[in-house]
Design a protein around this ligand. Structure first.
Ligand SMILES: *[C@@H]1O[C@H](CO)[C@@H](O)[C@H](O)[C@H]1NC(C)=O
Ligand SMILES: *[C@@H]1O[C@H](CO)[C@@H](O)[C@H](O)[C@H]1NC(C)=O
Ligand SMILES: *[C@@H]1O[C@H](CO)[C@@H](O)[C@H](O)[C@H]1NC(C)=O
Length: 245
């Protein structure tokens, strides 16, 4: 399919989406407050397959309003408040979690086993891979240099092979995968991110990325070029439209 056709196909999808009723009247939905506070600001949140919602906030903005359990504090820190919580939809309760590094404007996606793999962030979080696999007592696991590159405002997408691709981020004009196939797997450059980066504006952060049923990846950006995005010959990135924050 050419980019023009694909663009029209996407455009049509967007138009159809716009014409779909946002909230079907028949459902009679309504909002209600379930808890007065969850203790943190939910800068990021992810619904998990077991009806829990994991939420997390930056760690460098002072203490939160919920303490870590059992007098725990973050290592090398006087901050003993939690910057992540898990909400249990069934019991309407919150459980504080300990995220170790700064998740400010990080990114992530669910893996096939239902764990959340969450990457990058700010400062001590730049190259982190964090894994949260929900259970009654589980907490975040962090891998220090799990990413090859520092990533702040990157985009993650699950691929058909069960790995995730992690694309871009501030001054990271490349992409990589998690988990890696080998210790030497590198981060191929993605020149399109350079070409769509306006100096001092940083308007290609958090790129919109979609996976097609045929295994192709689409990054929404200017209709300019197609370039390979996989190291197995099965994944291709198609640059379509520019997204600006
Ligand atoms: C959370 O905020 C409430 C209301 O301001 C306060 O009473 C409570 O002590 C705070 N809890 C923590 C752990 O900061
Ligand atoms: C705590 O600080 C020490 C000394 O700087 C360092 O060796 C250690 O890795 C730090 N621990 C963590 C979890 O950051
Ligand atoms: C997906 O990639 C394959 C292989 O490059 C290509 O033949 C096909 O046209 C692509 N599909 C779309 C929708 O771009």
């Amino acid at each position: 399919m050419t980019s023009t056709l694909l663009y029209h196909h996407l455009l049509l999808s967007v138009i159809l989406l716009l014409h779909a009723p946002l909230c079907p009247a028949a459902a009679g939905g309504s909002w209600s407050v379930l808890l007065p506070s969850i203790g943190i600001s939910a800068m990021h949140m992810q619904l998990l397959p077991n009806d829990r919602v994991v939420m997390y906030d930056r760690t460098d903005f002072g203490i939160s309003n919920i303490s870590l359990p059992n007098g725990k504090c973050r290592p090398n820190s006087t901050d003993c408040s939690a910057h992540s919580v898990e909400y249990d939809v069934g019991s309407n309760t919150i459980r504080p979690l300990m995220v170790l590094t700064n998740v400010w404007c990080s990114s992530g996606t669910l893996m096939p086993d239902g764990s959340l793999v969450q990457t990058g962030g700010w400062a001590d979080g730049y190259r982190r891979v964090r894994i949260y696999k929900s259970c009654a007592t589980c907490d975040w696991q962090e891998i220090s240099n799990g990413l090859n590159q520092q990533r702040w405002y990157a985009t993650n997408h699950l691929l058909p092979d069960g790995r995730q691709i992690i694309i871009g981020g501030r001054q990271a004009f490349n992409y990589e995968f998690y988990p890696k196939m080998s210790a030497t797997e590198n981060s191929p450059s993605f020149p399109f991110l350079v070409q769509t980066n306006d100096p001092n504006v940083e308007n290609n952060l958090y790129p919109f990325v979609f996976l097609y049923p045929d295994g192709n990846l689409t990054k929404l950006s200017r209709p300019t070029r197609q370039c390979p995005a996989g190291n197995q010959g099965t994944t291709r990135a198609l640059a379509l439209r520019y997204y600006s924050l």
